[in-house]
Design a protein around this ligand. Structure first.
Ligand code: GLN
Length: 488
């Protein structure tokens, strides 16, 4: 058996499994061994249940032998960001406040992956409650970037990105509220899809900011990400914001189908603060698309300057309300020092939440308070509509937009942790996608002089994932980033 089986794509592995040259148990064991041998350096996993995982792989092998394969990802290990509920497994959200909590039910995405025969692998580290851009905010320790362990993997799905990039899993699920799938995907040199709001059910996802959150797939190739998206997407009765998407569009066959597109380049996304090497790689990618026959058109998104402010009002407002449920009574951790019921709330929340989460709860409570509601929250909602209109205006003339994913490559651990505003700027190019309810793909388009991955951001119209996947696939076919791995 190939010694680096864990670096193959899911779709290549499917062929090996079908031919009988490989079993899901062998593959799953290879991934588990890989994790055991390197994860003390990366800390990408918070927990895993080896026996349960191998058992699922065994069942997949039995099914396949009987000719009852459930999908093209049957038997493929998928690791899960630790904020998506899987029945019987711990769920921490990277927080002390959920220490000891075990999910009593499956999220819809988990149920769909089970029905597709995916092997549900371990629970991935993340910034506490998905708040962060560096994975330095986890109660379970920082995650390191496999390309350079002195650097951050990005956040908040940093565990997901590090695990995929280093072969600790074949695929992973992340979540994206303002960039948390795309920015870590860029920092770790992998592919990440932030689906359109409503394309994937949020049932069983622990809410951070409900009007922005989406679960999405992360993998080492565009085809793999499309295959997992195909499985998890679609309407769900348990999430009234979910939408009946046209699934026929997400197959590899349909994304291979190349059509000439008009691609918009937003002027505002190439201004001050963008690292010159990142800019160069993105411009090279734009040249590639132009040479391939697509039309390139400069567009203006004049509301870009409001994005950050609007996001940090809306996201914190929703977070402060969503996180009120962690009271020490219903879930996980409870302070042992409390003297009465009220004191339980105070002490549990005081001891259980980390400082970034507390900062957001305070900010959110402030903008929702009686005196401030109109001038902050309500105004932010209005500007959010302007941001959406700005994008929809641009999409009247273009099929997709291209920008950098993040202003820089992966930064050093500790470099930005003392300055929250600097940290927040890591998501300057990704946040508006969530505010406007669009879809976006991040995939590798270059390496910096010091060998760090650079990501390309392709933003699509609502429910047009197939178009951005198709552009990603086209780029991937002429570049070899999916076969370049970190030396860990
Ligand atoms: N980094 C952003 C934040 O801290 C986005 C997080 C996310 O997408 N979950 O809020």
């Amino acid at each position: 058996m190939d010694s680096e089986i864990f670096y193959k794509s899911a779709l290549e592995l499917e062929k090996l499994l079908d031919s009988g040259k490989l079993t899901s148990v062998e593959l799953t064991k290879a991934v588990i061994e890989r994790t055991k041998s390197i994860d003390d350096k990366l800390n990408a996993f918070i927990s895993f249940d080896e026996k349960k995982t191998i058992n699922e792989a065994t069942q997949s092998d039995v099914r396949r032998k009987a000719g009852k394969k459930l999908s093209n990802l049957d038997g493929i290990p998928v690791a899960i960001k630790d904020l998506i509920s899987e029945r019987g497994q711990p769920l921490t959200c990277g927080s002390k406040i959920l220490r000891g909590y075990v999910s009593p039910y499956d999220a819809t995405v988990i149920e769909r992956m089970r029905n597709a025969g995916c092997v549900l692998w371990g629970r991935l580290n993340m910034d506490e409650f998905a708040m962060g851009s560096s994975n330095e905010n986890s109660y379970y320790g920082k995650v390191a970037n496999p390309w350079d362990i002195s650097r951050v993997p990005g956040g908040s799905s940093g565990g997901s990105a590090a695990a995929v990039a280093s072969g600790e899993t074949i695929l992973a699920l992340g979540s994206d509220t303002g960039g948390s799938i795309r920015q870590p995907a860029a920092f770790c040199g992998i592919v990440g899809l932030k689906p359109t709001y409503g394309a994937v059910s949020r049932y069983g996802l622990v809410a951070f900011a409900s009007s922005l959150d989406q679960i999405g797939p992360m993998g080492r190739s565009v085809g793999d990400v499309a295959a997992l998206f195909h499985i998890i997407s679609g309407h769900d009765d348990k999430d009234s914001s979910s939408y009946p998407v046209d699934k026929t569009n997400h197959t590899l066959e349909s994304i291979k189908n190349k059509k000439t597109k008009t691609i918009g380049i937003p002027t505002e996304y190439f201004g001050e603060g963008l690292d010159p090497e990142v800019r160069q790689s993105v411009e090279n990618a734009i040249d590639f698309y132009e040479k391939a026959g697509h039309r390139i058109k400069e567009v203006q998104l004049t509301t870009t300057k409001y994005t950050m402010a609007v996001y940090y009002v809306i996201a914190t407002a929703e977070a402060s309300s969503n996180l009120a449920r962690f009271d020490g009574i219903r879930y996980g951790y409870r302070s042992e020092n409390a003297k009465d019921a009220i004191d339980i709330y105070y002490k549990t929340r005081g001891e259980g939440f980390g400082s970034e989460v507390k900062r957001r709860i305070m900010l959110g409570t402030y903008v929702l308070s009686n005196e401030n509601f109109e001038s902050y929250y309500l105004r932010a909602q209005k500007v959010r509509t302007l941001i959406r209109n700005d994008f929809m205006g641009a999409f009247e003339n273009v099929d997709a937009l291209i920008s950098p994913v993040a202003p820089s490559t992966a930064f050093k651990i500790g470099e930005k942790s003392a300055d929250p505003l600097q940290m927040y700027l890591s998501d300057i190019y990704t946040i508006s996608t969530n505010l406007a309810g669009l879809c976006a793909l991040s995939f590798p388009c270059g390496l910096s002089h010091d060998g760090l991955p650079i990501g390309l951001h392709v933003i699509g119209k609502p429910f047009h994932e197939h178009e951005i996947l198709s552009l990603g696939y086209e780029f991937e076919q002429s570049h070899d980033f999916k076969n370049i791995h970190p030396a860990i």
